[in-house]
Design a protein around this ligand. Sequence first.
Ligand SMILES: *[C@@H]1O[C@H](CO)[C@@H](O)[C@H](O)[C@H]1NC(C)=O
Ligand SMILES: *[C@@H]1O[C@H](CO)[C@@H](O)[C@H](O)[C@H]1NC(C)=O
Ligand SMILES: *[C@@H]1O[C@H](CO)[C@@H](O)[C@H](O)[C@H]1NC(C)=O
Length: 507
Amino acid sequence: MAASTIRNLLLCVCILAKPTRGTVTFHMNNFIDVLEELETHLAASSMLAVIELLQELGDCASDDFHRYVLGRPSAPELNLPSQAKEQKSLIRLLMKHEVGPSTENGVVLVPDGTTVALCPLISGLEAGLKRNRDVPLPDVKEVVDHFESLTLKDGVSSSTVDNLYSATIAKDLGLAFFEFQENKTQTAMGPDGCWDDVSMPRVFTLLGDPSPVTNAFVNGALDGIILGHYISEGSKVRTPRRISTLGSKVGTPSRISTLLKDYYNNDGVAADMTLRSNFRRKNFLKITSLEKLEKTVKISLILYRTIMNISFPGSEDKEEGNLASNAVQEFHQFFLECPAIIPRCMWGARPFKGTPTLLTLPLEFLYIHHTYEPSRPCTTFPACSADMRSMQQFHQKDRGWSDIGYSFVVGSDGYLYEGRGWYWLGAHTRGHNTRGYGVSFIGNYTATLPEAFSLELVRDNFQKCAVRGGKLISTFSIQGHRQVVATSCPGDALFAEIKTWNRFKET
Ligand SMILES: *[C@@H]1O[C@H](CO)[C@@H](O)[C@H](O)[C@H]1NC(C)=O
Ligand SMILES: *[C@@H]1O[C@H](CO)[C@@H](O)[C@H](O)[C@H]1NC(C)=O
Ligand SMILES: *[C@@H]1O[C@H](CO)[C@@H](O)[C@H](O)[C@H]1NC(C)=O
């Protein structure tokens, strides 16, 4: 009896010590900290051994499809000290990806204000570390027959599949569209979501109907592909002599935790400020051809079906081709052409006062503004969010408006911030608010211009996205605030710049 009491007591202590959802902060820096401790325990092990351990703990790549494209774990079993137990259960909790009806698990908030699923990120790193990215296809008649009927171009061999793409996004994207087509899901991609508390994130609630490829999943996959590509390219150019410089700012960092720290914490990998999570959409397009992605989606679907011995009703070769083409086209428009927009819940918006008015879409105008005050461009998520809150406060309290006036606001951190958004009437361009969107650059652009990437975000991405999404008519016009209201906004320098844009219209 005494023994069982003691055992029960011990059991209680164990359960209390074990991290649970309610006590864990779902932040990338928390994941990186745990990973760093784990890597310290495993100092002698390779990066790949650590990645394989993560994959196992997160139950990320355990199905036959993943094991086929990534290969069986190649590293010897790791001998973790018993202190590492807690880190292991923490990693399990952080990584296991599950999309429920209204919440998503296995995702973490990253410092730039976006959210990332860890499984596709780690799968990309595994593919990158294994270097040999082109995996031969199995010698199964069905697969071989399919591939003989495919005409593949540039750099895509018909007998292999690039596992950097198939293990991260390609199969899941194809399956998501397949399930959508079969009416098994309400939506094929998305949505984004909101954390309960940005400083102590615990619960991630989705902003709409769930699909298997949520925004967080796509963010994780894009980051996994970018970093996996970086690792595998780095390894090709690295000479044995330079391996000794690993861990410095030159070459590939020797630890996953270092690589992730640089990528997610505003430093940039190898001090390259463009190699950061803030620019994932742009960086993904730099290394990926959509044609190749489409082929990979198609191949991955066929491979998945064959390996998992699942027959998709009515999935003929031609249909899979259509499915892949459709999936990649929509993925491109939704995630690569459109700018990433930080939703209101993430910058801490107060509610709209009163009842908002719906816009009648599509609109004819895009009005360009600068905020003037704040006059300093914001370059991080906390700084841009604070600017958004102070502008909303000013517009609501001092001006007596119902909300922040602008439709969207442009930070110098690579993101757009949602003001009134796509659907609601704004208060940005007096007398013209029903006719157009008001987009404002944070800063004073009287004498200087916003960063080139911020200009590009509006000049290229926002415009294309708005037209394709039916928000702006295809023949819409761009004007500066000063053309319709007596003001110096958007500043002499920015006004001179937008005069060179295609859709600019003189008054
Ligand atoms: C899915 O739903 C649409 C509209 O209700 C219907 O036309 C279509 O046939 C359905 N597809 C399948 C595969 O059930
Ligand atoms: C594949 O599935 C079919 C029917 O679903 C079954 O008859 C067949 O035995 C399965 N093959 C293997 C190798 O499991
Ligand atoms: C905006 O920039 C102009 C030109 O540099 C300067 O004269 C003005 O004082 C600035 N205004 C603010 C609020 O910073």
